[in-house]
Design a protein around this ligand. Sequence first.
Ligand SMILES: *[C@@H]1O[C@H](CO)[C@@H](O)[C@H](O)[C@H]1NC(C)=O
Ligand SMILES: *[C@@H]1O[C@H](CO)[C@@H](O)[C@H](O)[C@H]1NC(C)=O
Ligand SMILES: *[C@@H]1O[C@H](CO)[C@@H](O)[C@H](O)[C@H]1NC(C)=O
Ligand SMILES: *[C@@H]1O[C@H](CO)[C@@H](O)[C@H](O)[C@H]1NC(C)=O
Ligand SMILES: *[C@@H]1O[C@H](CO)[C@@H](O)[C@H](O)[C@H]1NC(C)=O
Ligand SMILES: *[C@@H]1O[C@H](CO)[C@@H](O)[C@H](O)[C@H]1NC(C)=O
Ligand SMILES: *[C@@H]1O[C@H](CO)[C@@H](O)[C@H](O)[C@H]1NC(C)=O
Length: 364
Amino acid sequence: MKMCKWTWYKAILVLLIFFRHQLVGSSTATSSNAAKQKTALFQFKQSFRISTPKTINWSLSSDHCTWEGVSYDQSTGDVIGLDLSCSQLEGAILPNSTLFQLSHLQFLNLSQNDFSLSGQFPQQFGFFAQGLLHLNLSNTQFWGRVPSGISRLYKLILNLSRNNLSGVLPICQTNFSSLLVFDLPMNNIRGNIPATLSKIRYLETINLNSNQLEGRIPSSFAEFEFLQVLDLGNHQMNGAFPQCLEALPNLQVLVLKSNRFHGVKKKSSKIEHPFPSLRIIDLSYNEFSGPLPAIYLRNFKAMMNGEVNKIARSYMERQYYSDSTSLVIKGVDLVLERILTIFTTIDISSNNFEGKIAEYILEI
Ligand SMILES: *[C@@H]1O[C@H](CO)[C@@H](O)[C@H](O)[C@H]1NC(C)=O
Ligand SMILES: *[C@@H]1O[C@H](CO)[C@@H](O)[C@H](O)[C@H]1NC(C)=O
Ligand SMILES: *[C@@H]1O[C@H](CO)[C@@H](O)[C@H](O)[C@H]1NC(C)=O
Ligand SMILES: *[C@@H]1O[C@H](CO)[C@@H](O)[C@H](O)[C@H]1NC(C)=O
Ligand SMILES: *[C@@H]1O[C@H](CO)[C@@H](O)[C@H](O)[C@H]1NC(C)=O
Ligand SMILES: *[C@@H]1O[C@H](CO)[C@@H](O)[C@H](O)[C@H]1NC(C)=O
Ligand SMILES: *[C@@H]1O[C@H](CO)[C@@H](O)[C@H](O)[C@H]1NC(C)=O
């Protein structure tokens, strides 16, 4: 009996020591992870020749949680955000950059810097941080291919605008892909849009304005259940008016400006209310002819129906990103920083439309 009691004490003591060891062990692991991330950040800064106003005070003797542009998780110390946008960084981000050791990043904004010495766009951007939500590399002089892994990132808002990216669009063949915003205007993407783009099925915004796309809009675009903004302006795309888009329940903005779209399918719409949510349509500077748009214009419910507008407005206001799109109004280019949801516009100028267009527009 006595012996047994002693054994219990001993066992509890051993357990206590064990747990204590576990606890100390795990907090050491946490802080050593945080220390590794601090070193990685510091080396990333050092990989550029000059310190920028934001990084000038990054020093190994201070806590990296106080460094400008760095956000961290308060419980683990992990670096979860880095904003060095517009920081006059000049140089290269190579595949072995210590930036890619920051695997806990959720927000990365390096926009408006000059990484033209990087060579090919590092494919590591596509898989180094599985929890990335915002990747902003707009206007950073990157060139090369868009990493194919990027479409696999969950709920990513991706801004690659104003670079010199080329090559095929990234397509991921799984259904798990859920890129939300794919912003790639003003790059150098050529060729046809692959039909498999619609596999990225949760896309809400596709902005490919001002690249060098050709061919037609794939009929698989009819599968984009959540698409709100489709901007394919300024390409050499052709084909008939993309009837495949007419059933998209959430499409609010359709920009096909400055292409070679032409022709009108004679068959009338099978759907009672085509384009139920459309608010902004820009078909200007194409080769459209015939009466087609009148059929659609009459049906642009969102433009006529105040109730739909209200729902759309509150929906857009919930978004934490802003969409910008270039509109032509009476030949004048305007850039809307945010789509004004009470704003409705139609531009069909510089085509060869005929028929009763004016009449229908008056109704709207
Ligand atoms: C950097 O540190 C110096 C001295 O500690 C301070 O005067 C300066 O304002 C800091 N700069 C920034 C950008 O925080
Ligand atoms: C990364 O690779 C380049 C050559 O590709 C090399 O010069 C550089 O030292 C490497 N940097 C690190 C941090 O390993
Ligand atoms: C950098 O990008 C993030 C998200 O992409 C955004 O929240 C932040 O405001 C941007 N910073 C600047 C200075 O625009
Ligand atoms: C990216 O950074 C630019 C400024 O450089 C900013 O205008 C934009 O809102 C940022 N966020 C996203 C999601 O692109
Ligand atoms: C992407 O960044 C540019 C600035 O270079 C900005 O104008 C644009 O609004 C951003 N796109 C999104 C979706 O935030
Ligand atoms: C864009 O990238 C291509 C290589 O893909 C290169 O030949 C061309 O000079 C680059 N253009 C600019 C303006 O940097
Ligand atoms: C994706 O989903 C569709 C139907 O939703 C299914 O037919 C297809 O087999 C799925 N593909 C994969 C790779 O899971």
